[in-house]
Design a protein around this ligand. Structure first.
Ligand SMILES: Nc1ccn([C@@H]2O[C@H](COP(=O)(O)OP(=O)(O)OP(=O)(O)O)[C@@H](O)[C@H]2O)c(=O)n1
Ligand SMILES: C[C@](O)(CO)[C@H](O)COP(=O)(O)O
Length: 232
């Protein structure tokens, strides 16, 4: 049973170290134009109307994250994350106080510049009845699969690159994560968790700005996106 006006809440996963970025601080605390990536991610969700957010953080970083999140335009709590992303999501979901039928978004702090319109699109699709919703982008490169014999072409028209926020009803996602943990399955995103639990995954349009800041070059691109926003 789900109510059509159930609130939308979120887990922002920010407990990673950012080894590929190689900064002196955990990636979520890296600044872009003077604002940390985690704060930008929280602000983007708040702009789309999400007002309860649990942020997963690395061990021993409570004060630094409290500083980064001070004055955020939403009710924000932090919880220490786990070994891999899915462990962090599970801990974040457990810390949310919302009702079982609340819509929950799981978002990477590393996708700091997601536009509010993308977030709203994901929420709307869950409200319209989808089990699990993810934003996706077409693949722009030609793609080949490496095989034992050599390699072969893959039709990129069939492929989509997956972004966040990804969303489902809160209890649905908690149950799906419990199943994955029970069976010791490792996945890279919440869509895979939902699919493992037998739920269907619905695709909605993602956005170029929701790139995952992973390597140093991505910070340059993110800076350019901010500049473009200032000029428009
Ligand atoms: N144990 C983990 C691992 C990742 N994350 C979060 O999941 C998101 C996506 O992960 P990624 O961008 O790969 O971040 P890192 O794991 O920090 O990056 P790297 O693999 O380069 O170390 C990030 O916002 C990251 O903080 C998390 O909360 N807990
Ligand atoms: C969740 C995600 O951002 C969707 O593309 C991605 O799977 C995270 O992967 P990572 O290996 O933890 O960066």
């Amino acid at each position: 049973m789900t109510s059509s006006d159930a609130p939308a809440v979120a887990v922002v996963v920010a407990a990673g170290s950012g080894s590929r970025l190689g900064a002196a601080v955990p990636k979520a605390l890296v600044e872009l134009d003077g604002v940390t990536l985690v704060r930008r991610a929280v602000d983007a969700l708040a702009e789309a109307g999400i007002d309860e957010i649990v942020v997963t953080i690395p061990e021993g970083m409570v004060d630094a994250f409290a500083e980064a999140l001070r004055g955020a335009p939403a009710r924000v709590a932090t919880v220490v994350g786990g070994r891999i992303r899915q462990d962090s999501v599970r801990r974040g979901l457990a810390a949310l106080g919302a009702a079982a039928d609340a819509i929950v978004l799981v978002h990477d702090a590393a996708r700091s510049l997601v536009p509010a319109e993308t977030v709203r699109g994901v929420v709307a699709a869950v409200r319209a009845g989808a089990d699990c919703v993810i934003p996706v982008m077409p693949v722009v490169d030609s793609v080949r699969r490496v095989t034992v014999e050599g390699n072969e072409i893959v039709d990129r028209a069939d492929l989509r690159a997956v972004q966040t926020p990804q969303a489902a009803r809160l209890q649905t996602l908690r149950d799906a994560h419990a199943l994955v943990e029970r069976d010791g399955v490792e996945v890279t995103d919440d869509a895979a968790v939902c699919e493992y639990a037998g739920l269907s995954v619905t695709l909605v349009p993602g956005h170029r700005d929701a790139l995952k800041i992973t390597e140093p070059i991505d910070l340059v691109l993110a800076q350019a996106i901010l500049e473009q926003r200032r000029q428009s």
